[in-house]
Design a protein around this ligand. Structure first.
Ligand code: SF4
Length: 327
């Protein structure tokens, strides 16, 4: 086990899709084996965009915990907690807000992009502009050495590093500058080939029953030019084939490609084969979910133990922070 500490969080904004599983949680599962790891349910971050309707927030948080544990986070190997239970994050957010120049936030590419793209919500609120400062507080309070990020999140981490540097220069060197742990994740399309999204109705959720999953996989879009069983297909334009490339053993992929191009396999059989491989990975997660749902006391105890451990670290950092600022 490395001495280094890892931190990451996930917003509870809806049922977990395959993209979250493959893009984040699979990676967290590997990291917990190697590093001291803190993973949190980012409920305050969910509020930055979903502040107007919180009716489902509690249920989504509970669901996310079950999803994370079912997908393989092991509370004996990592610390799992809820952000809003650690008020220390909010205190550090206040101090970091004081020293973060506004232009650093205004130039954040995600801020600009989301302001343009999210048109059904009013995001002209301070919480949304300032969320990278809250993120910095989340990371720095645990003095995380490594933060798993996708390439598009690098500017956020750079901002955290800049804020840490500014704090250290203004007061005392309290914070290490966290490094990015670049995560390579497969791009997971929706069943219709578009981006996987709840609003397009094209998502596979890890809470889907095995039957629902099989039905969804059957609906996956294939090569649109392959109308008849005897037409040769093109795997390069087939969404089902993208899933094959993620779930089917590597050594079988060339055979599927050849069979598709030679029309020696039909799409129905091809997707049946895909379904078997996907279910082999996803059904155990579904079963684990069911087991966990029947153990509410255990779920509660996981969060309580996680919060206790997170608080020990957060409080120690905050003592240093207050001292450094001279409060
Ligand atoms: S045979 Fe398989 S890879 Fe080829 S178009 Fe059909 S589903 Fe896609």
């Amino acid at each position: 086990m490395s001495e280094k500490r890892v931190l990451s969080g996930m917003r509870p904004t809806g049922k977990m899709q395959l993209g979250n599983l493959l893009g984040a949680v699979e990676n967290w599962k590997a990291l917990q084996e190697k590093y001291e790891s803190f993973f949190f349910i980012a409920d305050w971050h969910a509020l930055t965009t979903n502040y107007a309707d919180t009716s489902e927030l509690k249920a989504m948080k509970a669901d996310l915990l079950v999803d994370l544990l079912a997908a393989g986070l092991d509370p004996d190997k990592c610390t799992v907690f809820t952000q809003s239970k650690l008020l220390e994050h909010a205190e550090l957010f206040v101090y970091l807000s004081m020293i973060t120049p506004l232009p650093w936030l205004e130039r954040n590419p995600t801020y600009k992009e989301q302001m343009d793209n999210i048109t059904d919500k009013d995001l002209t609120n301070f919480g949304f502009l300032g969320y990278p400062v809250l993120q910095a507080a989340d990371i720095l309070i645990y003095k995380a050495d490594l933060v798993p990020v996708g390439i598009d999140q690098l500017p956020h981490l750079e901002l955290t590093r800049e804020i840490a540097r500014r704090f250290n220069n203004l007061y005392k060197p309290v914070f290490p500058e966290p490094q990015a742990l670049l995560t390579e994740a497969p791009k997971v399309p929706g069943l219709d080939g578009r981006k996987m999204s709840k609003s397009y109705g094209n998502a596979i959720y890890i809470s889907d029953t095995p039957d629902e999953m099989r039905k969804k996989i059957k609906m996956t879009v294939t090569d649109p030019a392959r109308v008849k069983r005897t037409d040769p297909g093109d795997p390069d334009v087939c969404t089902a084939f993208v899933f094959h490339s993620i779930y089917t053993p590597k050594e079988e992929i060339p055979g599927i490609e050849d069979a598709c191009r030679a029309a020696s396999i039909g799409c129905v059989d091809c997707k049946k084969r895909l379904s078997d491989y996907m279910l082999a990975k996803l059904e155990p997660i579904y079963q684990k979910r069911q087991e966990l749902l029947a153990r509410p006391d255990y779920l509660k105890s996981v969060l309580e133990a996680g919060e206790k451990r997170a608080r020990e670290v957060a409080q120690a950092t905050m003592a240093e922070v207050r001292d450094a600022i001279g409060l």
